[in-house]
Structures are given as C-alpha cells and as structure tokens.
Design a binder for this molecule. Sequence first.
Ligand code: ATP
Length: 268
Amino acid sequence: QSDAAWDVEVPGAVRLADVGGLREVKDRLEAAFLAPLRNPELRRLYGKSLRGGLLLYGPPGCGKTFVARAVAGELGAGFLSVSVNDVLDMWIGNSERNMHQVFETARRQAPCVVFLDELDALGGKRSRVQSSGMRNTVNQLLTELDGVDAAANEGVFVLAATNAPWDVDLALRRPGRFDRTLLVLPPDAPAREAVLRYHLRERPIEKVDVAKLARLTDGFSGADLAHVCESAAETALLDSARTGTVRLIGMPDLLGAVRGIVPSTEPW
Ligand code: ATP
C-alpha cells in the first residue's frame, strides 16, 4: 500500500438536502463548516476557526459517508475518502508515510474534504500493525491536523467516521482534533420516507405510496432503503426487457424488494 494513490473525487452533485433525516447532524455541519465558509467577514469577526475535525459515529449504512460527501458537494470541494485500514501497513514507516500522502494529496487539490473512515482502527485493537507503528501513525495524523503551518491546511476539511467510537484513540479526541462528535442514527419513518424519495427521484415510478413503504421499513438503514429501490428497479427492468415494453416501477416491485431484505440495523 505504500505507493497507493489516493483518489480525490471531483466536486459532486450531492447536497445536504439530499440526505434524508439527520436534521441535527446537518444543522451542526452547517454551523461548523458551511456558515463560516460562506461568511468570511463574520468568521473573522467572531474568530471562528475552521481547524479540527468532526467525528461521525453510528451503525453502518446510515449515511456517514453520504453526509460527508454532501458537505464536499456544498463546498464545491473535492472528496477524498480513505479507510484508515487502507492507510495502515505492517511495514515500519509505511503507515505514517501513507497518512502524510493522504493529506498532501488533499492540500494539492484543495479545497478538499478528507473523510477518514474506520478511525477506530488507529485505536490498535484487531490490528496486525505493531503498537509502536500505530502510535507513530496517530502522531502523524495529529501533525497533519495541526498543520506544520496552519496556512498549508487552508481549504482542507477533515471529517472522520467510526462504528466503534469507544475504540477511538483518546489522543484524537482532545480539543482541536476530533473533539466534536455527531451521532448518525438509523432513519425514523419520516427520514425513511425522505431517503426513499431521494432514491426514487430519477426513476420511472407509478402509484407508489412512499409513506406506506416508510412505515413498513422499520429497522432499515439508509443503505437498505437504497437497496430496496435498486432491487425494485431491477425487477421492472427485467420485466421490460422480457416483454419489450417499458413498465414503470410500482408498489408490488417495492414491496417485493422490502420482503427480500433483512433490515441491517440493530438497537444502537
Ligand atoms: P459505513 O459505516 O458502513 O461506512 P455509512 O454510515 O458511511 O456506513 P453510507 O455509505 O453513507 O453509510 O450509506 C450507504 C448508502 O446508503 C449511501 O451511498 C446512500 O445511497 C444510502 N444512504 C444512507 N443513508 C442515507 C440518507 N440519510 N439519505 C439518503 N441516502 C442514504
């Protein structure tokens, strides 16, 4: 992995409004990043710094990556999504070098949102990397966050995520680092409705009762709901291909897809 290339996604079309539910998370991202960036005079007036990162935590598939990508979309910034497990390398020195390269890539392509997934991997549990190597990698990350000179980090925004916040190294949770946390919970019924609407918005549908689907999908994560829409689309596509006439996606397709999926979220 030491010569891994870290790919920055070009600014995308996803916006915070596309993220279903998560009202509080979106409000806090707005306050931490978006409002200060849109209003530089006010930022200076109030001495609001953009340094430090935000830690998103919660069960898998509920939108941590999606909301981070939406922040990049709002900022017109590139998006560099990296799993900490891909940064870690058993060879001495490589993990630190990888971590440095991630941030150098982001600085070169600023504005850029760096999204560090699986931040708990640096906590050292379940890892093949020696603890001294892990310590060095945490220190490297701290150096990158603090910025040797802060000006170099201009336009670099850092978000991290974990499913296991209790395993995140405490050094990373100190003020100025990942001191602010945002809980990303599975969607409730209104949020599920919004998520379903988003994933159906560009698909040909007919007589779909989205509110009803939302009621029937208790326990489904955002990823599960995206999968429901995908799989209903697949059914309708297959039918259309067989018959040679385009059939719109209807309730039977979606209800069939709901029945075919075991909801992935557990009590959190
Ligand atoms: P993991 O912990 O496994 O990395 P995650 O919380 O980062 O999971 P995402 O990758 O953001 O989950 O979600 C997977 C997919 O599910 C997204 O690409 C998106 O299509 C859909 N999705 C999840 N949550 C939402 C949401 N709130 N609104 C719209 N779509 C969502």
